[in-house]
Design a protein around this ligand. Structure first.
Ligand SMILES: [Cu+2]
Length: 178
């Protein structure tokens, strides 16, 4: 079909749509940010990505201090990179790496109010390239199904294909009406 611009449009659309999958993690789940919660266990089964955010909910007397790894291990808030005490603190995860948070109230870090998370960048160039373009190489001269690759991507590309189809429809309409 004559839809040469669709590829570009889809790329733009996907780039716009992708951040919608960002997650906001309530630290500690229903427990919130308080002593006696195992935040290592809480974080264990979660994967934090750039674009997600952490939400700390706590009562007065507690704080959220972002600290270095060494200060995390030492439970020291005296060189905090960021300090929050609003009882509701949202931390946007803007770049990959490991970040450390503790409570600055005396003894609370030692009592468990410490959280370390590792943030990944899902858009990093890792496995995003498509499979090798050699699929149409020399063997099998008349297999019948090696015409142009319309049917090959199957389920893997279906959201993108759906968007493509929609766009093509809209553009077709526009063309008809113009
Ligand atoms: Cu505390």
């Amino acid at each position: 079909m004559a839809c040469t611009q669709c590829g570009v449009l889809v790329a733009v659309l996907l780039a716009v749509v992708a951040p919608a999958s960002a997650k906001d993690y309530a630290v500690g789940g229903a427990s919130g940010w308080k002593p006696g919660v195992d935040y290592t266990a809480w974080a264990k089964d979660k994967s934090f990505n750039v674009g997600d955010s952490l939400s700390f909910q706590y009562s007065t007397g507690h704080t959220v201090e972002e600290v270095s790894e060494a200060d995390y291990k030492a439970c020291s808030a005296s060189n905090a990179l960021g300090s929050y005490k609003e009882e509701s603190t949202s931390i946007p995860l803007t770049k990959p790496g490991t970040r450390y948070f503790i409570c600055g109230a005396s003894g609370h870090c030692a009592a468990g109010m410490k959280l370390a998370i590792t943030i990944s960048d899902p858009t990093a160039p890792a496995t995003t390239t498509t499979a090798s373009p050699t699929a149409r190489s020399t063997n099998r001269p008349s297999a019948g199904s090696d015409s142009d690759s319309d049917d090959e991507s199957g389920a893997a590309g279906s959201p993108a294909r759906l968007v493509t189809g929609l766009l093509c429809g809209v553009m077709g309409l526009a063309a008809l009406m113009g």
